[in-house]
Design a protein around this ligand. Structure first.
Ligand code: RP5
Length: 167
């Protein structure tokens, strides 16, 4: 699997506390040989950092942004409002409302400023990385091959019969 020097995907998140979830996106990108840069960018606590990041992300060479946030999750939408790059939003599973707040905050964007919203939590983080990979694979045959291989391995890993597991 090949890597390039300039990270192709930016993973941004509202807080350090989002990293255990967003690490699933990072791990998936790594498995696919896709370079990324992970940063903490908070829409509420570091608004200037958000503006600076979003306005320069394309110039920096990023091709896709994955943004995870929880609660009043304004990060993905605000980032999308300031960049032409595709933005995938990952709703973090919040303690108070189990991520329903995050999901609704991210998914209900007004027409004209899209955020590709994924599932709450780990599944969303993994799938955001896979969506990023699908986009990059359109113009990168190595990533396309890695993605095919990853999917094939996933299929092969599914047993035909269930086994008893400890509860
Ligand atoms: C959001 O607030 C973050 O994305 C995080 O999910 C949530 C809680 O942040 P912490 O209080 O844990 O830093 O901005």
């Amino acid at each position: 699997m090949s890597r390039t020097d300039q990270p192709e995907v930016a993973i941004i998140m509202g807080s350090q506390s989002d990293w255990p979830t967003m690490k699933n996106a990072a791990n998936t990108l790594e498995a696919l040989g896709i370079s990324y840069d992970a940063r903490i960018v908070s829409a509420h606590r570091t608004p200037d950092r958000l503006v600076e990041f979003s306005k320069s992300a394309k110039k920096e060479g990023f091709k896709v942004i994955i943004a995870g946030a929880g609660g009043a999750a304004h990060l993905p939408g605000m980032a999308a409002s300031m960049t032409p790059l595709p933005v995938f939003g990952v709703p973090i599973e919040s303690r108070a409302l189990k991520g329903q707040d995050s999901l609704l905050s991210i998914v209900q964007m007004p027409a004209g400023v899209p955020v590709g919203t994924l599932a709450i939590g780990r599944a969303g983080a993994v799938n955001a990385a896979l969506m990023a990979a699908s986009i990059l694979a359109l113009h990168n045959s190595q990533i396309a091959a890695n993605l095919d291989e990853w999917r094939e391995a996933q299929t092969k890993a599914v047993a035909e019969k269930p086994v008893d597991t400890e509860e």
